[in-house]
Design a binder for this molecule. Structure first.
Ligand SMILES: NC(=O)c1ccc[n+]([C@@H]2O[C@H](COP(=O)([O-])OP(=O)(O)OC[C@H]3O[C@@H](n4cnc5c(N)ncnc54)[C@H](OP(=O)(O)O)[C@@H]3O)[C@@H](O)[C@H]2O)c1
Length: 317
C-alpha cells in the first residue's frame, strides 16, 4: 500500500528524510486490533519532529508517519481514529500512532477497535481529520487542565499553529475573551476573524488572563508569566521555539500560578470535542487540503512555517 514514512532522520532538513512509496499491509499486534481504510488525515508538527529524529530511534525505521485519521472500519462505518495506544515498555504507558505503531499517512492503518469513534453527522472527513491530535490537545488544555469554565480571559501564544488556532476557535465559541499573539501581521488579521484580539508577541494585554495556552515555549514563556492573573493556569503542550525557557519563579509563587503540562487527551475528551464541534457548528481552521499524491507538498507547507491552521491530506484523491 502507498504510505508516507521516515526512512532516516535529518535534523537540519526533515523534508529530505521523508519517503513516499510502498509499505506492507498493516499487521495486528493483538486480537482486538482492526485495519481501517483511511479517508483523510492531517499533519502535525509531530510528523516533522519524527523526521528530525525526536521521539523515534533508528531501529524503528522505516516508520509510517501521521497521527490523525478519519477512516472506514471493516463494517463500512465512517470513524474518527483516537491516536493514543497503550504501549507497555514506553515510560508514558502509551504512545501516539507513528511512534511505536505505524501511523495514518497510508492507505490503511491498524488500531485497537476501541480507538474508533463514530464520525458525527455534519462533520466532513477532512474537517474531522483535524481533531484527534491538535484540536484534542487544545480542548484538554482549555477544559480539563485550564478549567476554562472558571475563566473570563484566555491568552493563546503563536496564533498560526494547529493547536493555537484550535484553542482560539474553541475558547471564542465558549464565550471567553481571547487574546492571541503572532509575529506575523497577516496571521494576526486572520486570528482576529476567529474572535481573538490579536497582538504582537510580548505586547502588554489590556487585562491579565486566567488561562494561557502555550505551545511556543522559550520565545513566549516570559510573556505568558507576565500576562497571567493571580491563580492563573499556564498550560503547556509544546515548545516549538525552545523547551528551556527562563522562568521567573518569584512571579510563579507570588501570583500563585499553576504551570501544567499536558499531552493529547482521553477518548472521552475526544468524544466531547466531536460533539461540541457538531452541535455548536465549530469547524477546524484548515490551511490547505492536499491530495495524497502530493503529500510531500503538504510536509513542505507545514515546514515553511507559513501555515494558518491545519494541513489536511485527502486520501480519496
Ligand atoms: N503534547 C501534545 O499532545 C501536542 C499535540 C499537538 C502539538 N503539540 C506540540 O505543540 C507545538 C505546536 O504545534 P502546532 O502543530 O500546533 O504548531 P507549530 O507549527 O509548531 O507552530 C506553533 C506556532 O509557534 C510560533 N513560533 C514558531 N517559532 C517561533 C519563534 N521562534 N518565536 C515565536 N513564535 C514562534 C508560530 O506562531 P506565529 O508564526 O503566529 O508567531 C507558530 O504558528 C509543537 O511543538 C507540537 O509538537 C503537542
Amino acid at each position: 500500500m502507498r504510505a508516507a514514512f521516515a526512512t532516516r532522520f535529518d535534523d537540519a532538513n526533515p523534508l529530505a528524510a521523508l519517503t513516499v512509496g510502498e509499505r506492507p499491509e498493516p499487521t495486528h499486534p493483538a486480537d482486538d486490533w482492526v485495519t481501517v481504510q483511511v479517508r483523510a488525515s492531517s499533519l502535525n508538527h509531530h510528523d516533522l519532529w519524527s523526521l528530525r529524529g525526536v521521539g523515534l530511534r533508528a531501529e524503528q525505521l522505516p516508520m509510517i508517519l501521521g497521527c490523525d485519521a478519519v477512516a472506514v472500519d471493516p463494517d463500512g462505518n465512517e470513524v474518527v481514529v483516537y491516536p493514543v495506544v497503550a504501549t507497555p515498555g514506553d515510560p508514558r504507558g502509551v504512545s501516539i500512532l507513528s511512534e511505536h505503531f505505524p501511523g495514518t499517512l497510508a492507505e490503511r492503518v491498524a488500531v485497537p477497535r476501541s480507538n474508533l469513534l463514530a464520525l458525527p453527522a455534519g462533520l466532513t472527513a477532512t474537517d474531522a481529520a483535524c481533531l484527534p491530535t491538535a484540536w484534542l490537545t487544545a480542548w484538554r488544555m482549555l477544559t480539563t487542565k485550564g478549567r476554562v469554565d472558571e475563566a473570563d480571559a484566555v491568552l493563546v501564544q503563536g496564533a498560526g499553529g494547529g493547536v493555537a488556532t484550535a484553542a482560539v476557535a474553541l475558547a471564542a465559541a465558549m464565550g471567553k475573551r481571547v487574546y492571541a499573539t503572532s509575529r506575523d501581521a497577516a496571521k494576526r488579521e486572520r486570528i482576529a476573524e476567529l474572535g481573538a484580539t490579536a497582538v504582537e508577541p510580548g505586547a502588554r494585554l489590556p487585562e491579565r488572563v486566567d488561562v494561557v495556552i502555550e505551545t511556543v515555549g522559550a520565545a513566549t514563556f516570559d510573556h505568558s508569566l507576565k500576562s497571567a492573573a493571580p491563580m492563573a493556569r499556564i498550560v503547556v503542550s509544546g515548545a516549538t521555539a525552545g523547551h528551556e525557557p527562563k522562568v521567573n519563579l518569584r512571579r510563579v509563587f507570588a501570583m500563585q500560578l499553576e504551570i501544567l503540562g499536558t499531552s493529547m487527551g482521553t477518548p472521552d475528551e475526544l468524544a466531547a470535542l466531536l460533539a461540541f464541534c457538531a452541535e455548536r457548528s465549530v469547524r477546524p481552521v484548515v490551511d490547505t487540503v492536499v491530495p495524497f499524491s502530493r503529500v510531500a507538498d503538504a510536509f513542505a507547507r507545514l515546514h515553511s512555517g507559513d501555515v494558518f491552521g491545519k494541513v489536511v491530506v485527502d486520501h480519496t484523491a
